[in-house]
Every structure is written in C-alpha cells, then in structure tokens.
Design a protein around this ligand. Sequence first.
Ligand SMILES: *[C@@H]1O[C@H](CO)[C@@H](O)[C@H](O)[C@H]1NC(C)=O
Ligand SMILES: *[C@@H]1O[C@H](CO)[C@@H](O)[C@H](O)[C@H]1NC(C)=O
Ligand SMILES: CC(=O)N[C@H]1CO[C@H](CO)[C@@H](O)[C@@H]1O
Length: 421
Amino acid sequence: MTRSLYALGLLSLGGLLAHGQSPLYGQCGGVGWAGATTCVSGSFCSELNDYYSQCIPGAATGTTPTPTTTSVILGPSGTCAPNSPPASAGTLKLTGINISGFDFGCSTDGGCTASGAYPPLTKYYGADGLGQMQHFVNDDGFNAFRLPVGWQFLTNDILGGTIDETNFAKYDDLVQACLSTGASCIIDIHNYARWNGKIIGQGGPTNEQFAALWSSIAAKYQSNSKIIFGIMNEPHDVPDIVAWAASVQAAVTAIRNAGATSQMILLPGNNWTSAATFVSNGSADALNKVTNPDGSKTNLVFDVHKYLDSDNSGTHSECVTNNIDEAWAPLAQWLRCNGRQAFNTETGGGNVASCAQFLCEQIAFQAKNSDVFVGYIGWAAGNFDPSYVLGEVPTKISATWSDTLLVKSCLAPVSGSQKSM
Ligand SMILES: *[C@@H]1O[C@H](CO)[C@@H](O)[C@H](O)[C@H]1NC(C)=O
Ligand SMILES: *[C@@H]1O[C@H](CO)[C@@H](O)[C@H](O)[C@H]1NC(C)=O
Ligand SMILES: CC(=O)N[C@H]1CO[C@H](CO)[C@@H](O)[C@@H]1O
C-alpha cells in the first residue's frame, strides 16, 4: 500500500472567524463546512482533502495542501452514475463497536475451538458487554454492534453438525443483550472462510454445510428486523473468487429461505475484506452477481474492513493513512456506478494522536458519502484487556463510564467526527 502524500494547511494563523475556535481534533474546514475555521491554541488547521480539515496538535508549516484526485472507474456499460454524493448524504445509518469474546480461540486459518470462546457477559464471568453496549448507545449515540462468534462454538466443534443449543443459548444471551439496547446487531461468523485450515467450498466445508449453518441461525432470528447477517469475517487467500461467491450465494439463499426475507446481509470479499482491493482483487465483480432468491439485490451490502496502520493489519498503534485516496474514494465511485452499498464493519487504531487525526478524516469522508456507505463499526470492545493496542473498552468508575480517545474524538456519533460536520 502506498501512503498518499498529504500537506499541512495554514488557516489557523489569521483568526478569520469570530465564531470561536474548533477544539483539538475538531473539524475546521472542508466542503460544506460552516463552523469555525480556527483552532484552539496549540493546534492548527490541517487540510487533508477537499472534504475535511481538522485541528491537530502543533504549529502550521505553511505548505500548500495537495488536492485530492481520484481516477474514474466506469460501470459495466462504460458509463457511470454521477460521482458525487447527493445533497441528502451526510449521516451514516449505522455506527458501533465490535463486542468481542465468542470469537476468542479462533485463528486466521479458521481453526476455532468451542472451549476457547469467552462470552463477554458478567453472567459468564466475562466483561460487562451489556453495560458496555448500554453506555455506547445511551452516552455515545451508537446504534449497531458486531458480535463475532466462531462456527465451531455454535456446533460444539462438529463440522456439519446442527446448532448446539447449549452453546447457542449463551451466544443468544449476547444477541439479546444487544437487541435490548435498541441497536442493530450483526451476527458475525468469525472463521476467515475456513474450518480448521480448509476453505469453504474449496476443499473444506461444503457449501451445503455452510448454508445449513446459516439456515439454522436465520430461522432463529427471522422475525427480528434489527438482526444483520454477517456471512463471514475476513476471507483471505481464497484462490477462486468465483467459487467463493457461490458459497456466499448459498448462504444468502439459505438465510432468505429460512424466513429472514428482508434483513441486511453482509457479503465479504477476499484479502481480509480489504476495502482497498475490493474492486481490483475481483471481489466486487464476483459478489455483485449474488442475488436474493427473487433475483433482486435488496439489502445485500458488501462487507469491507480497513485499518489505518502501515500494513492494514490493525496491529500497530500508530496510524499512517486516512485511506481516502487509496480505498474509500475509488470504492465510493464503484459503488455509485453499480448502485450498491458497503458497510465498514471493522476499523480502528491506537489511542494516539495520529489515529485520532486519520480516523476522524476517514469517518468524515464516509459520512459525506453516506449514500454508498452504510456506516462503520470500531474494533473493538468486549472482553479485551485495557492494554490491548486497539482497545475501545470503556472504563467504569463508580457509575460513570469513560471512553478511549478514539471513541470520544472520532467514533462516537454524539461527539466524534460526524457530529462536527
Ligand atoms: C491486500 O490488501 C492490501 C491493502 O489492504 C494490499 O497491500 C495487498 O496487496 C492486497 N493483496 C492482494 C493479494 O490483493
Ligand atoms: C486477490 O487476493 C488473493 C489473496 O487474498 C490472491 O490470492 C488473488 O490472486 C487476488 N486476485 C486478484 C484478481 O488480484
Ligand atoms: C485489529 C484486530 O484486532 N482485528 C481483529 C479482528 O477480528 C479478530 C478477533 O477475533 C482478530 O483476530 C483480528 O486481529
């Protein structure tokens, strides 16, 4: 991945407006921005792209901003829908946090063990996932949670087995906790397109086994409109993307035929569902052919992830990119050309200044393009230790919850970068 160059703006010195100053990490410019264009002392207004300037710590260097350029991607007919967001865009529909725990014990080769799952609920001696979600909804304005779980946990380690009702009841406790907050809840099978090292439909579980899993899950939640079906977390190194699309199709058909006829279903591409290579890697074309049983594509939304660290792995605390030029702008264009939408169900960074800057910019861009981006989900809270580098676990002291820097400054709808737009 090449890091796009950015330049620092110089708006802060003049004191142009008398309407107060933007706070540290607040917005201070960009298309359609009518608020303050100066920053509080100790920070300056940095223009990263046409859409977003932000107050970041330090002093301006006086260099001129580099304009953002995006290459044109044409639709199938060689023409493209207008490539700018409609005036109605600006607010993302779904925003939230991953509540991790039932996916513990899963590795990237799809090797999970049922006994490794660690329910993020106090009832099971885990973190207070319910309290976290209530706080995130009531205090931060979030309205969606992603609830990762290993396939092996749901069938108690038996491939092709039916749902293990004892294990499922525990996972359902988390789902019901999520639903009780009024949020939308994403069921995320966290298996990287695999079962114990073998790829679904390509030497591993058959498409029928995968469809049977989804049929059972969908039957349990078919009447609840707040449930979103996340077909698979982060497929990667899948050799045949067309065959993978057939596996995804099998799951979609199973979900719809189990009675979940209208809920959102998330379709994951190859390469760890990287937003940057969704089009170039061939995932977009292959998954664009997946349909509902009636032939429509209603509520079939592409699932994309993107971290902001040097290798898009989400393992480093520092962020180096806002992903706009290399991922979000070209993806927005492809989605608009093809009349589709995507949901960024994993993103995040360390609780450091570079991530507060870049993640705020990424979210502001996504919000500007909310006609094609449904929303984002931060990684992660739940059962992570407070020392976890990408931790978004709030801390509770007596009755008061406090959020991490990134949740406060970028992710939370009530105080973050959407609010400041
Ligand atoms: C996967 O995505 C990353 C960026 O997210 C990119 O650097 C890498 O080249 C991609 N790999 C493939 C095989 O497409
Ligand atoms: C997509 O990425 C995978 C690795 O995740 C790679 O094996 C495959 O060759 C790539 N396909 C294209 C068309 O780039
Ligand atoms: C950045 C990050 O923590 N990503 C994680 C997303 O999903 C699973 C959690 O089970 C992790 O393995 C990934 O590393």
